[in-house]
Design a protein around this ligand. Structure first.
Ligand SMILES: NC(=O)c1ccc[n+]([C@@H]2O[C@H](COP(=O)([O-])OP(=O)(O)OC[C@H]3O[C@@H](n4cnc5c(N)ncnc54)[C@H](OP(=O)(O)O)[C@@H]3O)[C@@H](O)[C@H]2O)c1
Length: 275
C-alpha cells in the first residue's frame, strides 16, 4: 500500500516511515527537503499519485499564535484538496490529547483548527491524539525554569515515547478510518513535577523541581486531568525509566548535563508569545 507520510523526515515521521517499510508498505517521506511543501502546495500532486493513505505528522516551524494557525490551516487545506483530487482513501493526522482544554494557547487553537478542517472534509479520516512525548521532558523543564528552580503544577501526566507514538499511528494508518479521534498515552500515570524531577535526576541536572499549584504548563493553566487521556486510550509499552536509560546510551545530547542546560529554545520563546 502506498502511504505518504507528510512530515516524514521529523521525529515521529521518520520512525513511522521505517516501521511502515518494515511491514512491506511503500512509505514515502514527504517534506520540504524531499520537494514537498504543504504550505505552498509544491510537489503535492506528484507525491500523492497512487497513494491510498496520507499521514500528516507535520509541525509548524514557528509556534507564535498567528503563524502556527496559518501553518496548520493552510497546510491542512492544501493536503485535503490534493488528497480529494488524487483519490486518497484515508487521512490520518497526529494531534494532542486535551487540545480542546488548552485553547488559551495559540498552538492548541491551531491544532483544533487542523482537526476541524479534517472533520469537515469529505476524506475518511482518523485523528490520533497523543500525550506529550518523553523526548521533550527537558524542553518542559527549560520552559519552566526560574533561576535554579523548575516550577510545575502537580497535575496528572501520562507521557509516552515517540517510538510508541509512531507504532500507534502506524497501526491506525493501515487500518480502516475511524472518522473520529483515537487517544493514545503512556503506560504510566505520573505527576508532571515528578516526571520532570525523575528526568532531570537521570541526567544529573542539578535544578530543583518544585510543585507549585500556580505554575503553568507552557504558559497554560492546567487542571488535574487536563493533560491525560480518557480511560479507553490505547497505551504505549515503553516506560519512562527504561526510555531514560536507553536514550542516555544512544543520544549524545541526552548525556548528563552538569550545568543544567537552561538554554532558552526558539520554541519556548514562541510559546511565550503564543500564550
Ligand atoms: N510534542 C509532543 O509532545 C506532541 C504530542 C502529541 C502530538 N504532537 C504532534 O506531533 C506532530 C509531529 O511532531 P514532531 O515532533 O514529529 O515534529 P517535527 O520533528 O518537528 O517534524 C515536523 C515535520 O514536518 C515537516 N514540515 C515542516 N513544514 C512543512 C511543510 N511546509 N511542508 C511539509 N512538511 C513540513 C518537517 O520537515 P523539515 O524538517 O524539512 O522542516 C518535519 O519533517 C505535530 O503535529 C505535533 O503537534 C506532538
Amino acid at each position: 500500500m502506498k502511504i505518504v507520510v507528510v512530515g516524514g523526515t521529523g521525529l515521529i515521521g521518520s520512525m513511522l516511515v521505517n516501521k511502515l517499510r518494515e511491514q512491506g508498505h511503500e512509505a514515502v517521506a514527504a517534506a520540504p527537503n524531499t520537494g514537498v511543501n504543504t504550505v505552498t502546495g509544491e510537489g503535492l500532486a506528484d507525491v500523492l499519485k497512487g497513494a491510498l493513505v496520507v499521514v500528516d505528522v507535520t509541525n509548524a516551524p514557528d509556534w507564535e499564535g498567528a503563524a502556527v494557525l496559518k501553518f496548520f490551516e493552510t497546510s491542512t487545506r492544501n493536503l485535503l484538496t490534493h488528497e480529494a483530487a488524487a483519490g486518497v482513501k484515508h487521512h490520518v493526522a497526529l494531534s494532542i490529547v486535551g487540545t480542546e482544554r488548552m485553547l488559551e494557547s495559540g498552538y492548541f487553537r491551531a491544532k483544533m483548527a487542523q482537526e476541524n478542517l479534517i472533520k469537515a472534509s469529505s476524506i475518511p479520516h482518523s485523528i490520533v491524539r497523543a500525550t506529550q512525548f518523553y523526548e521533550f521532558f527537558k524542553g518542559i523543564a527549560d520552559f519552566s525554569t526560574d533561576g535554579n528552580k523548575v516550577r510545575l503544577p502537580h497535575v496528572l501526566f501520562q507521557p509516552m515515547a515517540a517510538d510508541d507514538v509512531a507504532s500507534a499511528v502506524g497501526r491506525v494508518a493501515v487500518g480502516p478510518p475511524v472518522n473520529g479521534i483515537v487517544e493514545i498515552g503512556g503506560p504510566e500515570k505520573l505527576r508532571l513535577d515528578e516526571f520532570i524531577r525523575q528526568g532531570l535526576a537521570a541526567r544529573m541536572d542539578p535544578r530543583e523541581v518544585v510543585a507549585d499549584p500556580h505554575a503553568r504548563y507552557y504558559g497554560i493553566e492546567v487542571k488535574e486531568r487536563t493533560l491525560i487521556p480518557e480511560d479507553d486510550a490505547k497505551l504505549g509499552k515503553i516506560r519512562f525509566e527504561d526510555w531514560l536509560a536507553q536514550s542516555a546510551a544512544q543520544i549524545p545530547s541526552a548525556q548528563p548535563q552538569p550545568t543544567g542546560g537552561t538554554a532558552v529554545t526558539k520554541k519556548k520563546e514562541s510559546h511565550r508569545k503564543a500564550s
